[in-house]
Design a protein around this ligand. Structure first.
Ligand SMILES: Cc1cc2nc3c(=O)[nH]c(=O)nc-3n(C[C@H](O)[C@H](O)[C@H](O)COP(=O)(O)OP(=O)(O)OC[C@H]3O[C@@H](n4cnc5c(N)ncnc54)[C@H](O)[C@@H]3O)c2cc1C
Ligand code: SF4
Ligand code: SF4
Length: 659
């Protein structure tokens, strides 16, 4: 057993030293069994801090290292690397967290110091039983799976494909494009969405390195970083993409009708045809229609068949079946984006019951030049509104629905105000709580709108009603609001109301997250590895996230994040091999009773059952060493390397010995 432990106590500026008495810690630690030297330094993670450890290791004075500083999440890797550089097995190092667990959480300096003393003692006791572990490496398949074909998925796929790496892009809708494909203009520059998006969509469709699967969903993910196997369901389109040339004869003749925006007052709002065989919008990629079997007369009543008769290329195939395809990939990027909050639940806003109350997304389609109104802003009766109210924060910044700010609504509300002024003679009332214009050129856009005769009213809207209280309100929608600048309750009559509905995580995200073994936060979005230092990685190696599946954000931030993911994936692929966790669990087959309790508990799906031998077995490449199985095994057959019973008991002894 080693008697040469070096202990390094970090001040972390005043983060630790401001609350913990470092002198007391040094004196106490010097007296612990096995401790050869104790040093203190202002910032152990800095170059000079690391050099202290390196010097002692290279001089052969110590053969185990304990650093008492911040959390292992922050700097375990930093100090492991110092050990490795100095010729020490990195698993002969351990940490005591005296910042997050002591100085940052205890108000009383005395208690903080006592706890830090106990934690250092625990780490030193444990260090005596640490064992070297072998480095493990796996090779990386250069192909990447991207789930979701919005601007986030498109950008990631193109970046990787342009770098010469193969990509499989899976989109559940008939076309890629996501939400951006539904916009006419984008804030703050008001550039035409289709003009900037369509060329990228076309590039995806034509890229030799991209396998594009639309109208498809990932059904199974197995494996581990560098070596995933995924199964994708290609849903039957009933149109053969090899034969179809997108001429449109089928939907021109189709007598079936879809209701693209069911429940909405503008039900037929759509960017593509509202027939049962349809293209979601005219710039769709691939430019191939799909049959909606819920409304198609052939599928619902066994009659019709007009599209098949009319298609000169023989592309319609009613017998087409779903197909399962399998791919081997090295990395996975989740880019499933967002959906918009359904405001029906806020009854007082009248959505779905009062005519001419639209969601923002419906307004986008109404305003879109390629939509069913040709971009004209019209009410349900076809007339032009004389006044429009825009209501911010519907479902956002509201503890009943979503506490977070959706980050784009203030800006798209300003975009609408501008477009309404440009296209109609309507008065515009913008009801906001706070105007959040944080991005580049955003505040300037707000300033511009202040000069465009838009009436800004600060206050949360209480109600949208059709019930008049005076003659001027007859036949109008009345928006009730407390104007917090004037200190008045106001009733503003308008013809149309646009609800700026929150962005929320896509309904499909929980299933995707489960398949990929990543976690979802309280807000419904994917939890990143670290909010600041690992914003596009996840806790599962080889699984990345970008765009609005990570949190609400605008297009510039989405594209930046997508390119950040590509860079992270490329840096993995170009290494060809990566190191994986050595501190895994192992099953002693002699002791395993084959009860299988551990099989379903492993959050990383790392345990398989060997039918022949009647025992469970851990796939070390998948195991993260979380310890769930170790705690659950009734036969005590599983050991966690680096967290063995002996090591953990020593830690406990360390704490008890000083209390
Ligand atoms: C009303 C409105 C107006 C906006 N206006 C602007 C603007 O003017 N300027 C601006 O900068 N930002 C704007 N935004 C924000 C913008 O929409 C987002 O920043 C952008 O769409 C995020 O792109 P994304 O790819 O992450 O998500 P999305 O656009 O939502 O794309 C995600 C894609 O993933 C697909 N998908 C989902 N689940 C699965 C699955 N399980 N398998 C396969 N595919 C799946 C979806 O079908 C979709 O195609 C607006 C947002 C809204 C709601
Ligand atoms: S299915 Fe036939 S009719 Fe319809 S778009 Fe394709 S080629 Fe034209
Ligand atoms: S078979 Fe279905 S999709 Fe084809 S034309 Fe008839 S209703 Fe339309």
């Amino acid at each position: 057993m080693s008697e040469r432990i070096g202990v390094y106590i970090c001040h972390c500026g005043t983060n630790i030293a401001g609350k913990v008495d470092i002198g007391t810690l040094v004196e106490h630690t010097k007296g612990l069994a096995g401790v050869r030297l104790v040093r203190e330094y202002k910032f152990m993670c800095s170059d000079p801090g690391q050099a202290l450890i390196q010097k002692d290791l290279e001089a052969g004075t110590i053969d185990r290292v304990v650093v008492a500083s911040c959390s292992p999440l922050m700097h375990e890797n930093t100090f492991r690397k110092v050990c490795e550089r100095s010729g020490l097995n990195p698993y002969l190092f351990t940490m005591a967290n005296i910042r997050e667990q002591c100085s940052w959480v205890h108000l009383d300096g005395g208690l903080s110091t006592e706890k830090a003393r106990d934690l250092i003692s625990a780490a030193v006791h444990r260090a005596r039983f640490l064992e070297p572990l072998e480095k493990r490496e796996v090779s990386i398949n250069p192909r990447t799976l991207v789930i979701g074909g919005g601007i986030a998925g498109i950008q990631t796929a193109l970046d990787l494909a342009d770098a010469g790496k193969p990509v499989v892009l899976v989109e559940k809708e008939p076309s890629i494009g996501g939400h951006m494909a539904q916009f006419d203009k984008t804030f703050p520059t008001l550039d035409c969405s289709a003009c900037i998006l369509t060329p990228r969509m076309v590039s995806v469709g034509q890229h030799a390195n991209i396998d594009l699967l639309t109208w498809a969903e990932v059904e199974e993910v197995k494996g581990f970083v560098g070596n995933f196997t995924v199964k994708v369901r290609k849903k039957a389109r009933y149109v053969d993409p090899q034969l179809c040339n997108g001429c449109g004869t089928c939907w021109e003749k189709c007598p079936g009708t879809r209701v693209p925006r069911k429940g909405s007052v503008h039900e037929k709002l759509s960017l593509g045809p509202t027939t049962s065989i349809y293209m979601p919008f005219m710039q769709a990629v691939p430019p191939v229609p799909v049959i909606d079997t819920e409304t198609c007369i052939h599928f619902t009543k066994g009659k019709c068949g007009i599209c098949k008769e009319q298609c000169e290329r023989g592309a319609i195939d009613y017998d087409m079946k779903d197909e399962i395809v399998e791919y081997e990939v090295g990395n996975i990027v989740i880019a499933t984006g967002h959906q918009v909050f359904d405001p029906t639940i806020i009854k007082r806003y009248g959505y779905g019951s009062v005519p001419n109350v639209l969601t923002a997304l419906e307004f986008e389609v109404l305003n879109c030049a390629s939509g069913s109104t040709g971009g004209r802003i019209l009410m349900a009766d076809g007339s032009e509104p004389k006044s429009i109210g825009i209501v911010h924060c519907v479902g956002s910044r509201d503890r009943h629905y979503h506490e977070y700010c959706s980050r784009v609504c203030c800006m798209y509300a300003l975009k609408y105000a501008h477009l309404i002024k440009e296209k109609t003679n309507a008065e515009v009332y913008d009801f906001y709580i706070d105007m959040r214009c944080f991005g580049k050129g955003y505040e300037e856009f707000y300033d511009r709108l202040l000069g465009e005769d838009v009436r800004f009213i600060r206050g949360k809207v209480a109600e949208v009603t059709e019930v008049p209280e005076r003659s001027a309100e007859e036949g109008k929608l009345i928006v009730s609001v407390e104007d917090t600048l004037l200190g008045l309750v106001r009733r503003v009559p308008v013809d149309m109301v646009v609800l700026c509905t929150a962005l929320e995580a896509h309904d499909t995200l929980p299933a995707v997250a489960k398949m990929c073994s990543v976690s979802i936060g309280r807000d419904g979005f994917i939890i990143e590895k670290h909010p600041k230092l690992g914003p596009v990685a996840t806790a599962t190696d080889g699984v990345f996230v970008c765009g609005t599946s990570q949190g609400a954000k605008d297009i510039p931030d989405t594209v930046a994040q997508a390119s950040a993911v590509s860079a992270a994936v490329l840096s993995m692929i170009t290494r060809e091999k990566i190191e994986i966790e050595s501190a895994t669990a192992e099953i002693d087959e002699e002791r395993c009773s084959g009860c299988r309790i551990c099989n379903n508990l492993c959050p990383y799906l790392a345990i398989e059952y060997d039918d022949e031998k009647g025992v469970s077995r851990i796939n070390e490449a998948l195991c993260k060493g979380c310890g769930t199985c170790v705690a659950a095994c009734p036969s005590n057959a599983i050991t966690a390397k680096h967290f063995s019973n002996r090591q953990i008991l020593a830690e406990i002894e360390g704490i008890l010995s000083v209390s």
